[in-house]
Design a protein around this ligand. Structure first.
Ligand code: GRG
Length: 296
């Protein structure tokens, strides 16, 4: 099966599971479920759950067991996008080709929808783990990894550095640290969570960690490039927001040409690392190339 077909199959699987996990409700608080579903089911590449599923398959793992962890990361990712778009943060009107959550439901419910998705991610994972005694320890380890990656040592930490860097020229070291936390941590989390669930060896874990860090950084470099030369129709959000918000990006510091070179190098390094797994690495190799060539 070719890469795109396989990717799309996994996207379908994830969408079906998310649709099943977050239902509309007749309860008096029904509006929160609507607001959660609005952003969660608005499309998106589903890159993070696909990464969990791909690593899991590489080790011959049980798809049904890893899927809720992947979906939980997607819920956390969606909460971060809802909050990032709020007037107090980036104040964006469009996301995933649709009006942002606060534009439709108002600021208060959008904040709560983000909070609810974050909380629900941990409800989903913990309920799933509680179902099977035998896999409880590796399940809790995977959940802990996801918690840490989305918190103050990961995504939230990176967002704080981003917020406090606006309008300032920051060093390459700070820029890398910011992106390692803000974007990279939540790309690395599903990869390593699937590794932990499959009880991979120390050597295999390290290899996946390097691959994850390379594609995580490459993902951000590409994001910065797309913000300059992407198509807003395809991206589903306006371009040029980094410049408008006076953000330091790889492009603003290095220029387009150098950023593209950096992107190619990171992807090549990621491929070299994952090739250690031999034939089993086919999908993850192609996925690295997809990150480089993506248009949204
Ligand atoms: C508010 C705690 C908090 C964190 C926000 C993720 C984030 C941190 C901000 C989003 C800003 C941004 C555009 C970051 C660049 C990388 C990124 C996460 C892009 C969006 O991810 P995609 O391209 O989105 O995977 P889809 O919609 O495809 O899921």
């Amino acid at each position: 099966m070719n890469f795109k077909t396989k990717y799309n199959q996994w996207v379908e699987l994830v969408n079906t599971e998310l649709d099943h996990l977050v239902r509309e409700s007749e309860l008096p608080q029904g509006s929160i479920f609507k607001a959660m579903r609005y952003s969660l089911m608005a499309g998106g590449k589903r890159l993070r759950p696909v990464l969990a599923l791909a690593v899991n398959e590489m080790f011959g793992g049980d798809e049904k067991w890893v899927l809720p962890f992947g979906c939980a990361v997607e819920m956390i990712h969606t909460y971060s996008l809802i909050h990032d778009d709020l007037p107090a943060m980036d104040n964006d009107d469009y996301r995933r080709g649709m009006l942002t959550n606060h534009k439709v439901y108002g600021e208060a419910l959008a904040i709560l929808a983000g909070d609810a998705l974050l909380n629900y991610a941990f409800e989903v994972m913990s309920e799933h783990i509680l179902k099977e005694n035998k896999r409880m320890v590796s399940g809790v380890r995977a959940m802990n990894l996801i918690a840490r990656s989305s918190g103050v040592f990961g995504m939230i930490g990176g967002q704080v550095v981003d917020l406090e860097s606006e309008g300032k020229v920051i060093s390459l070291e700070t820029l890398r640290h910011m992106h390692k936390c803000k974007t990279g941590a939540l790309i690395k989390a599903p990869i390593l969570a699937a590794a932990v669930i499959n009880q991979v060896s120390e050597e295999e874990y390290q290899c996946l960690e390097i691959y994850a860090e390379k594609i995580g950084l490459a993902f951000q470099v590409k994001d910065d490039i797309l913000d300059v030369e992407g198509d807003s129709e395809i991206l589903g959000k306006p371009v040029g927001s980094d410049e408008n918000n006076s953000k330091s990006t790889f492009v603003s510091i290095y220029g387009l040409k150098e950023s593209k070179k950096m992107l190619e190098e990171l992807i090549q390094e990621a491929i070299t690392e994952i090739e250690r797994f031999g034939e089993r690495s086919g999908f993850l190799k192609e996925l690295a190339l997809y990150i480089m060539d993506r248009s949204n």
